[in-house]
Design a protein around this ligand. Structure first.
Ligand SMILES: Cc1ncc(C[n+]2csc(CCOP(=O)(O)OP(=O)(O)O)c2C)c(N)n1
Ligand SMILES: [Mg+2]
Length: 328
């Protein structure tokens, strides 16, 4: 594990980072509960990937850079500026949902204000779009960096190769991220691809790296370097983050059908939230008292956000076709 003090983040910023991780976990647990009691229809979780998502996102400047997330990036989207209430508004499908005014499925994050580009449910279609966003930086002579994420299974689709190829040819300021959780729904990696994922970057003329997603400092430092290099005109990068998928694929399946009890138990022992928490205790950033205080603060925040979001009005049927197409 890389020591946290190797980063340029202050103690306050590290505690903030830990809060983002805890907020991501507790909010996701709430979203899960809401599906189970029939108040929302669907959830797909980033539980197990929160540390990696926070460390990655903190390396960007959200006021300037662009993020094209995929459905597990709730915690990352909150680092980019979305609130717990914004996320809940999307899950409840409310008119005030900033992602799509309740038109998209839950977990399709988007916010013009926070430079988060909304995606399609068709996996990995965000990849060539991200290449276009990054190309616009070149055409407009702007110095923003674009980051796009997807899962390792979806990354085997053709458009990902096309996106990487064009980004390599044009030397674009674009960071491709693969959140590799070892499964594409029920299909384990042995049946998805052969070889080491990040080695593929070489074929497109840029470099790739595989990082343990529970190593906060290592992930943060890798992205800091990638962002600085992209901004300096050194071209794209592929970063593969090894993460766990602690939950089933979504609220619509049961992973105990396709993963053994032993595998699930072992994975839960490797929960990155606990690894990060332990490291922060050992390196003196957290105390047991502070952990407890943060838990209570976040739990209250999630409760308030749930109550507020639930009370908001649903979209009117008469507004169904509004904002489907851009007006200009
Ligand atoms: C083009 C397309 N094919 C299939 C699906 C159905 N689908 C949704 S998620 C998923 C698995 C994706 O696995 P992976 O890329 O590893 O991401 P993870 O869910 O593990 O984060 C599939 C097959 C889809 N949404 N779009
Ligand atoms: Mg996967």
């Amino acid at each position: 594990m890389e020591a946290i003090k190797k980063t340029d983040l202050s103690k306050e910023e590290i505690i903030q980072a830990y809060k983002y991780v805890v907020r991501g976990r507790r909010l996701d647990e709430r979203l899960w509960q809401l599906t189970r009691i029939g108040k929302t229809s669907f959830n797909i979780s980033g539980q197990g990937a929160e540390v990696a998502q926070v460390a990655m996102s903190l390396a960007f400047t959200p006021e300037k850079d662009y993020f094209l997330p995929y459905y597990r990036d709730m915690t990352a989207s909150m680092v980019w500026g979305m609130t717990a209430k914004d996320i809940l508004l999307g899950s409840f499908g409310k008119e005030a949902d900033p992602s799509s005014h309740g038109r998209q499925m839950p977990n399709h994050y988007g916010s013009k204000a926070h430079h988060i580009v909304s995606g399609s449910s068709t996996v990995s279609t965000q990849m060539p779009i991200a290449t276009g966003v990054a190309y616009s930086a070149r055409l407009e002579n702007a110095d923003f960096v674009t980051v796009v994420t997807t899962g390792e299974g979806s990354a085997n689709q053709g458009e990902v190769r096309e996106a990487m190829n064009f980004a390599g040819v044009k030397h674009l300021p674009l960071i491709f991220v693969i959140e590799n959780n070892g499964y594409a729904i029920s299909v384990p990696i042995e049946q998805q691809y052969a070889g080491n994922f990040s080695d593929r970057a070489k074929g497109y003329g840029f470099s790739g790296e595989t990082i343990d997603g529970s190593d906060f400092a290592k992930v943060y430092l890798a992205f800091k370097t990638a962002v600085a290099e992209a901004r300096a005109g050194k071209g794209p990068k592929l970063i593969e983050l090894k993460v766990e998928r602690l939950t089933s694929h979504s609220s619509d399946d049961d992973q105990s059908v396709y993963r053994s009890k032993e595998e699930i138990e072992l994975m839960k022992k490797q929960d990155s939230l606990h690894i990060f928490q332990k490291q922060l205790l050992e390196e003196g950033y957290l105390t047991p008292e502070l952990i407890e205080e943060i838990e209570q603060e976040i739990q209250e925040e999630v409760n308030t956000a749930t109550d507020e979001a639930e009370k908001m009005p649903d979209p009117l049927a008469s507004s169904l076709l509004d904002e489907v197409y851009a007006s200009n």
